[in-house]
Design a binder for this molecule. Structure first.
Ligand SMILES: Cc1ncc(COP(=O)(O)O)c(C=O)c1O
Length: 384
């Protein structure tokens, strides 16, 4: 094999966490060393510092760190007292954690459809889901719109519906923290916003981590209690049932450094997405960002004609280009969730998308020649 052929088929990482690590270099080593020297592994000063930085970053009043994005969602539902007999409306085209937390608190997730162009919750289906929940004798208490793949949901359509029905709005921004909706960063739109710092997320740490962002001081007090076994003013005076769900000090120290370069990384991801869109718009349905919104491109996901996807994935794999399917089975088709209600009239867009979508490598360090190699490989496979 000649040099050019070898370079052209060298495997491309789907997400290159190592490239970011190299950029941050000793800043991360120093931040971790400060924690291992202080030995303040639980609730060290870096946790409070990061919470301040995170709230300031998105323009919210408060941020509360916790152990994962899933816990961030669950802690809010617990704080709202949501439980048996309550319905929480969720899109079915999302990662399972969105609905898992609803079931974990004993409430019922009611699945609704998404919009084909944005992959995000469809307002008409949200209304139908609320009616479905009522018809089944459930009390609709909350909605969890998800900003999927990095793109904010259609908030101007969702919020009035939630208000009219007195629903608590919990934003699942696990994939989209850093994105903006009409000039406002996610974190300032819903009653509470949950995010994940799983390493593959746009703002990831070096293990598990999560946070809730909100302007509600009362909610913050309850969340801070819930994340430490429901503690009261004294550590051993437990006033509610809680979890062990703190953000580790080491992860907070890593995140302080990562947050500093996050705006620059978001801009780089956007450049990659724009280039992909230019190179692929005539061979696939490429993702569009509605006017006035920005995406952090947790995934770059295209849509294909039915039946083409497996062939494309195989052809790309042969050329060292990894792909991923988010999500091959929507939540209402998964064994664990199949018995929960679905909005009346069904959720056909979700079903269709799960057969059409495929995601390409996306990260802030994907250089132009590698992007071109991916674009060329996709074009070749779809033309043949
Ligand atoms: C939409 C969505 N919600 C929630 C989560 C849960 O986050 P974590 O993995 O940090 O628990 C994820 C992460 O994969 C996600 O993508």
């Amino acid at each position: 094999m000649n040099q050019r052929a070898r370079v052209d088929s060298a495997p491309i990482p789907f997400i290159d966490v190592g490239a970011q690590r190299r950029r941050l270099g000793t800043k991360i080593d120093d931040a971790i060393a400060r924690v291992t020297t202080s030995c303040l592994f639980i609730n060290g000063p870096e946790v409070g510092q990061f919470e301040k930085d995170l709230a300031a970053f998105c323009g919210a009043k408060y941020a509360v760190g916790c152990a994962s994005g899933t816990d961030a969602l669950q802690l809010v539902l617990m704080a709202q007292g949501i439980g048996p007999g309550d319905a929480v409306i969720c899109p079915a085209f999302t990662f399972c954690a969105t609905a898992e937390v609803v079931a974990l608190v004993g409430a019922t997730p009611v699945f609704v459809d998404v919009h084909p162009d944005t992959f995000n919750i469809d307002a008409a289906s949200l209304k139908r889901g609320i009616e479905t929940a009522k018809r089944k004798g459930l009390k609709p208490k909350a909605v969890i719109p998800v900003d999927l793949f990095g793109l904010p949901a259609d908030w101007d359509a969702i919020l009035p519906i939630a208000k009219a029905e007195n629903l608590f709005v919990l934003d699942d921004a696990a994939q989209s923290f850093g994105a903006t909706y009409k000039g406002r960063k996610l974190g300032t739109i819903a009653h509470a916003t949950a995010t994940s710092f799983f390493p593959a997320k746009p703002l990831g740490c070096y293990g598990d981590g999560g946070a809730i962002v909100t302007d509600d001081a009362t909610l913050v007090d309850v969340l801070k209690s819930l994340r430490v076994h429901g503690q009261g003013t004294d550590k051993y005076d437990n006033i509610r049932i809680g979890l062990t769900s703190r953000l580790d000090t080491i992860q907070a120290a890593v995140l302080i450094e990562k947050l500093k370069i996050f705006p620059d990384e978001i801009a780089a991801r956007d450049q990659v997405a724009k280039r992909y869109n230019e190179g692929l718009k005539d061979v696939a349905i490429v993702p569009q960002v509605p006017e006035g919104l920005t995406s952090v491109w947790a995934q770059y996901t295209i849509r294909l004609k039915p039946g083409v996807r497996d062939k494309l994935a195989a052809a790309l794999k042969d050329k060292g280009v990894p792909t991923a399917i988010y999500y091959p089975k929507p939540l209402h088709r998964l064994e664990a969730y199949k018995d929960y209600p679905v909005a009346d009239n069904g959720i056909p867009v979700t079903d269709r998308l799960s057969e059409e979508v495929i995601s390409l490598p996306m990260h802030a360090y994907l250089d132009a020649p590698t992007q071109d190699r991916i674009i060329e490989a996709v074009r070749d496979a779809l033309k043949s």
